[in-house]
Design a protein around this ligand. Structure first.
Ligand code: PHE
Length: 511
């Protein structure tokens, strides 16, 4: 490899020098030039057949040579004709004038209203107009037969003209028939083609001389470098000004942009990001949050449980006992759920269903007030996905623990947070979560429609007291993909993860 790069340095210099000395011509262009140099007259494009070259390649080379001004090109426009759908139908079913003539011949006389039995109404009108030119006209609502000798000949001529158009072999000189059918309208389709003829010019001859007739290397291979053959070869110069496709590097996914934006908002509000885990125990995800053990959200259809026999006792130090006490007997004047707490339920492993689990765990580990924490993390729900639901989604979580953690602080924090996200106009409506009291949902008005943003509330004493928190906790949470739908104007939430490149490219913000 070092051998190769050592020898390729002079090669690059050589190519650059070559570029200055000679006109940049491909082998195909040179072949066309040398083909033309043998002719003295203009040559029609389809007569330019340099050996071993395909039509398309020759045409390309001709265009390039013209652009480089090495050949003179004369263009002529050629018109040709084909049959339209209607024309093809006439060819297959017969001309309307002929069909009427035949019918009338057969029945001697036909009532005009009867004619539609033999051919379509629109054809009847056309056929009668054509027959009138031969002197065959209806009278008294009927059309009667009359021999018209020149009619048969003319119809034959017309039919064979249509046939020759259809096979592409008609001659423009065919007795005014082209004019006739053009006037009838809608039967012929006109095709225009530009023909080129060309000859080499003085600059072309000079360029050909300069090329010394040698073929050029257009693709550099390792062999050419390793063998040193490049020293004797003629190279095609690089055209450094040739238009090249724009290179698209990596970009952030729109969700990543939104996540960063949310994190910045929290950080600017003085909140600290808290860590979390995808896999949690039901003890932390639910029991510690005072969610009753028979709560429907715990059921298999809402939560992804892990099939694991890992003993999670060590990961649930005193929290099991603390939860048992509060679930069974309550705390202070709060009575608890009054059922028999099942420790096995707590030990179950699951994919966290919300990030509120991170809040309670973090506060358990950081009991000194005040604390203002947030997270923007994935949560998992055993739901079937549709335009509005995902089984794997991002949730934002903000929480404040301290002396003045009360409902009005919560409302003011949420107003600040949502307004930084662009939702200036929000309302709070009463709601329910097992771990907060009171609870409220934030609702925003977007384009005249109300959209639910997320939940919030003041943590119940059944949550805070067992883990040793002496001050109140306020918290709010929200699914981020729903907000992303509003942000990016999507009507289907799944579009976010469809890897639709065209759509993704619309949100190119370089990192
Ligand atoms: N955890 C709730 C949810 O998953 C949101 C919430 C967070 C509610 C904090 C109250 C307090 O929707």
């Amino acid at each position: 490899m070092t051998e190769l790069s050592k020898s390729s340095f002079p090669l690059i210099l050589y190519i650059i020098i070559m570029h200055q000395e000679t006109m940049d011509l491909s082998n195909n262009e040179l072949a066309v030039l040398s083909f033309l140099s043998g002719k003295h007259e203009y040559v029609e494009e389809d007569q330019v057949i340099p050996p071993g070259m395909e039509r398309r390649e020759a045409s390309n080379a001709i265009s390039w040579l013209e652009a480089k001004n090495l050949i003179d090109v004369v263009r002529t426009e050629e018109v040709s004709y084909g049959l339209s759908q209607e024309g093809i139908r006439y060819l297959e079913e017969g001309l309307p004038e002929k069909r009427i003539y035949d019918a009338v011949e057969k029945y001697s006389e036909i009532d005009l209203r009867e004619l539609e039995r033999f051919l379509p109404a629109s054809d009847v009108r056309i056929g009668l107009a054509q027959l009138a030119k031969f002197g065959l006209r209806p009278s008294g609502g009927k059309i009667a037969f009359k021999t018209i000798p020149q009619f048969q000949d003319e119809v034959l001529r017309r039919q064979s003209f249509l046939e020759s158009v259809s096979s592409g072999s008609y001659s423009v000189l065919e007795g005014g028939l082209l004019e006739h059918f053009k006037r009838r309208g809608g039967l012929l389709v006109e095709r225009k083609r530009t023909r080129r003829k060309m000859r080499i010019n003085a600059s072309g001859i000079a360029a050909l001389k300069e090329s010394r007739g040698g073929s050029r290397i257009e693709t550099l291979t390792p062999e050419i470098i390793a063998s040193g053959a490049w020293r004797e070869s003629v190279f095609r110069a690089f055209d450094l000004s040739a238009p090249a496709e724009k290179f698209n590097g990596g970009y952030y996914h729109p969700m990543s942009i939104l996540i960063k934006m949310v994190k910045d908002i929290f950080t600017n509000m003085g909140f600290t990001e808290m860590p979390g885990h995808y896999i949690e125990t039901a003890g932390w995800n639910m029991d510690a949050l005072f969610i009753p053990q028979d709560h429907p959200a715990r059921e298999m259809q809402d939560t992804f449980y892990l099939n694991s026999s890992r003993d999670t006792r060590m990961e649930l130090p005193e929290i099991i006992d603390l939860s048992r006490k509060v679930h069974e007997k309550g705390v202070g004047r709060y009575p608890g759920w009054g059922y028999r707490f099942d420790e096995n339920e707590s030990r179950k492993l699951l994919l966290r269903t919300h990030t509120t689990v991170s809040t309670v765990r973090y506060l358990y580990e950081h009991r000194n007030a005040p604390q203002a924490v947030f997270s923007v993390e994935k949560v998992f729900r055993h739901e079937s996905t549709d335009w509005k639901h995902l089984a794997e989604l991002h949730q934002i979580e903000g929480a404040y623990y301290g002396k003045n953690a009360n409902l009005s602080t919560l409302k003011s924090l949420m107003r600040r947070f949502y307004s930084a996200l662009g939702f200036k106009d929000i309302r709070f409506i009463p709601s329910y979560y097992p771990y907060t009291e009171p609870s409220m949902d934030a609702v925003a008005v977007v384009n005249g429609k109300e959209v639910e943003l997320g939940g919030s509330g003041v943590f119940r004493p059944e949550v805070t007291r067992p883990i040793g928190l002496r001050k109140p906790v306020i918290a709010w949470g929200m699914g981020l993909e729903r907000v992303a739908m509003l942000f990016f104007g999507l009507s289907d939430i799944r579009h976010l993860y469809r890897s639709d490149l065209e759509w993704l490219k619309g949100y190119q913000i370089k990192g």
